[in-house]
Design a protein around this ligand. Structure first.
Ligand SMILES: Cc1ncc(COP(=O)(O)O)c(C=O)c1O
Length: 386
């Protein structure tokens, strides 16, 4: 029997479902009750009480203050870079293998993404290559890092956590410090991930989260922005609410802001969802362990494991084809999809697309290889108990 056929049979036998979608939200009566409550109370808009309550609960869960909830992760990213003062004089170091919003948020602020190479183990930056690259291609002036070629500032490294994985953050921070580059984090997929017991997204000047329908908890659409500086955090609340100021009975706007605050009705769903996050993570870990057991019989594949000091949220389990001579990517996709196991090839790296290929970059050979060999497996938390 073909490897992919036998694998899909094994997966089906373990999860006992006709259709295995990549990721579906889990909604139960606790969620219905909470959303109905917000409807009954008419606490549904941007200025309702549940967004404040949700922000407090998320803050408590991640053990970090200075959090504002937003309409999605994309707006949180846009706002973070805006508040940190990124503009057309800046390049932001970032991996090319990510969701498009990570890159767009840099471009929204008229700055330039500068693509860095990643590693196949955790889909984050290749630390050794990064250090060598910065050594050769940047210079320092007034304690700031500049690109030798473009003469643009490189003040920030936007680190992305893919599918509940992370690079070694201790080493990353040492390298960034050496070059006077500050860390910021796209932790859209990382709610529930603690590195050395500290929540991802809290390691730098700012971090963002997403509560989109496919994330570990969902508010329908939603996100949050953390900023280390209290002053910038206060400013982010103002910018997320159109820079509105009240003068007696009059309303004025002190700058061009954004209508980015999360509505209360979405936040109410977030409150009930958050109360179940540890159960979701426990179930996802079981799914990860089940896949690990299945794939241990196939040395053509490798499961991507979180680092030892990372408490992952196991949002999506990932595999890599390590014998490309034996496994054809398209056959794998076709056979799994035919069996209604909707695995997903990892994102196409952004630098490979016409519109984005002119941006500065390291050699991204490994990124392209990873794109062709890495897949996410169906990981809805309810798969394991059904
Ligand atoms: C890595 C990453 N960054 C940013 C986002 C954007 O989040 P949202 O869909 O909530 O705008 C997502 C998610 O979809 C993501 O996976």
């Amino acid at each position: 029997m073909k490897i992919t056929t036998s694998l899909s049979k094994n997966i089906k036998s373990k999860f006992k479902r006709n259709i295995l979608n990549l990721h579906e939200p889990s909604i139960d009566k606790v969620d219905f009750k909470m959303v109905q409550k917000s409807l009954r109370e008419k606490e549904i808009s941007t200025y309702g009480k549940y967004n404040v309550l949700f922000e407090n609960k998320i803050s408590k869960y991640i053990k970090g203050s200075n959090l504002v909830s937003t309409i999605n992760g994309t707006s949180a990213l846009h706002l973070m870079l805006k508040i940190l003062g990124i503009d057309e004089k800046d390049e932001v170091l970032v991996q090319s293998l990510t969701y498009i919003s990570t890159i767009n948020s840099i471009i929204y602020n008229n700055a330039y993404p500068h693509f860095v190479e990643i590693n196949k183990h955790n889909l984050g930056v290749d630390l050794e290559k990064l250090e060598n690259y910065l050594q050769k291609n940047t210079y320092q002036k007034n304690n700031l890092c500049f690109n030798k070629k473009t003469k643009k500032r490189i003040r920030f490294f936007l680190n992305v956590y893919i599918n509940g994985l992370s690079v070694n953050l201790t080493k990353l921070k040492i390298i960034l410090n050496k070059f006077n580059i500050k860390l910021i984090e796209d932790a859209a997929e990382a709610l529930g991930c603690f590195y050395n017991k500290k929540h991802l997204g809290l390691f730098g000047e700012g971090g963002i989260f997403s509560f989109n329908g496919n994330k570990i908890i969902s508010t329908g659409g939603g996100g949050a922005l953390y900023l280390k500086s209290k002053k910038l955090h206060n400013l982010s609340i103002k910018y997320a609410t159109n820079c509105k100021t009240k003068k007696g009975f009059e309303t004025e706007y002190f700058d061009t802001g954004f209508n980015y605050r999360l509505p209360s009705i979405n936040a109410s769903l977030g409150i009930s969802q958050l109360s179940k996050i540890e159960i979701f993570i426990k179930n996802k870990k079981k799914i990860f362990d089940t896949y690990k057991e299945i794939f241990s019989d196939y040395d053509e594949f490798e499961i991507l494991e979180p680092l030892n000091n990372l408490r992952s949220n196991y949002w999506l389990t990932n595999i890599r084809i390590n014998k490309t001579d034996k496994i054809n990517k398209n056959t794998l996709l076709r056979n799994f999809w035919r069996s209604k196991i909707f695995i997903r090839q990892i994102w196409k790296p952004i630098h490979m697309m016409n519109k984005f290929k002119h941006f500065p970059k390291m050699n991204l050979e490994e990124t392209e290889k990873i794109y062709n060999t890495t897949f996410s497996l169906p990981s809805s938390e309810f798969l394991i108990n059904s």
